[in-house]
Design a protein around this ligand. Sequence first.
Ligand code: LEU
Length: 509
Amino acid sequence: MSGIQFSQQQKEDFLEKTFTEYIGCHPTYTIPLIRAHNFIMRDIGPINTTIRYYIAIMAASRHRCTFLVQFLREQFLKIGGESEWLKGLEYAPIKLQSLNMINKILAHQPWLLKTTHIQLLFGQSLTKNINSWTLPELTHAIIIMAHFHSLCSLSFGCRFGYEPPECNVDEDGEIEIEELRFDNNNCNNNNNNGNIIKKIVKRSPASRLIVERCRQLEQEDANLAKIMNSFTLATANIKSGKHRNQKQQNNNNNKYRNKKHNGNNNNGDDKSTTTTTTMTTTTTTSTTTTTLSSSPNSDGSIKSESSTNDNSSSPSPDNDEFHPNTWSDDEWKKYNFNIFIDDPEFCYIDFAKRGRTTDTSTYRIQDYQWDDQGYSLSNYLFPDIASFLDEKFKVGYNLTYYTLGPKTNIDTSPFRRAVWNYIQSIYGIRHDDYNYREVNILLERQLKCYIKHLACFPELTPKHDFRSVMKGFRSSEKVHVIIMVAEARLQAEILYAMRTLMEYMKLSA
Ligand SMILES: CC(C)C[C@H](N)C(=O)O
């Protein structure tokens, strides 16, 4: 795939800014992402282009993603969208307003989507009018929404969590900075370095801060070998089935037993993180203060408060102007996302803690899978879309460089599968053939918390998290995890939506 060139238009439209800069280090993913994006937003499809952009604005507003909302507003006007509509949803056609409900459900609690929601959008045959949706239109709209909800996770994960770059100081005092910039000519998919493009820059007074950071990183690196060895061991144990012994031990662990009895273990969260938990050091413990609403607590579940980091260096205007956690009240007002959505308080709740009154049971992936049912239904309703989504899901799930930090030739599939299945379990999707104990063995608590935050509350992901979790990982590997979060989340939304559309079609057949 190296050597593929994007047209200037494509670059301007989508690759510039965040995505070019940060995801470009994974061209194997960037290319299908852009292909799918262009198909969803620009190619021939059931929905008119300006409307697509408006739906995308509604979707990105659910997660208050300034970067995307600004970008989409510009595009909307550029292609001739009604500027009046940008005053708020109430200025847009009723047909668009009617998407509000499924936008919020899909974004935060997709398991709540029911055929009645779909029914409302179609109207009864007698009352069918200009405001009614058709099945292909609705499928397109759902895919736009899910695509942008997932891009919010990608966007917050990368754009706001990436300072300063990893770097090393060599003996001559030059600094090697890992630059995760997209460069078609230098990208080689089989490159064990994860396509990192390094640049040597001369030390300058301005780089003193970076040098200090390098020293810190060197210290952290001292623990790296240990961490990676224990990870390799855990992975090997899982492959050889030895984790069953671990499971046995853990079953004797009182904390776990109590938790299980309380019925709170649906998400694979386990407060009694086992001794084999790996991947991070415990050297940095950040103190937090509460300022915003809703953030995950230390075991990966969400509590009603959020954090800013006492340890984070004071924000520079350049880096922080769009970061919600640093906004003043005035700044929040300036970007009034609420005009494009209703019920702004509606947010993710733990699937495990969903109200007893809801009739939602766990989604068994074996009953409705992407590969079979999801693929064919989406393709039937919106021709050709399935292969674009499928390509992205496959890369999101299978991408590997066989590296882990400084180690090479590592089979990371148990770790990647744990990340993927953990995210889907957050949305109530269970893979019957998966042993969820592996999640607790391979993902330490802080990482689970980060992942859950990024999937469910991307707008509240503390900026410093990118640095403080996944210690020992390369920056490109952290981006890789963020890609998995975005894709697993996207697939979860699409699965719930397609399953509900299928039920609706059966009912109305
Ligand atoms: C997310 C990372 C741990 C993935 C790893 N670098 C790999 O090549 O598979």
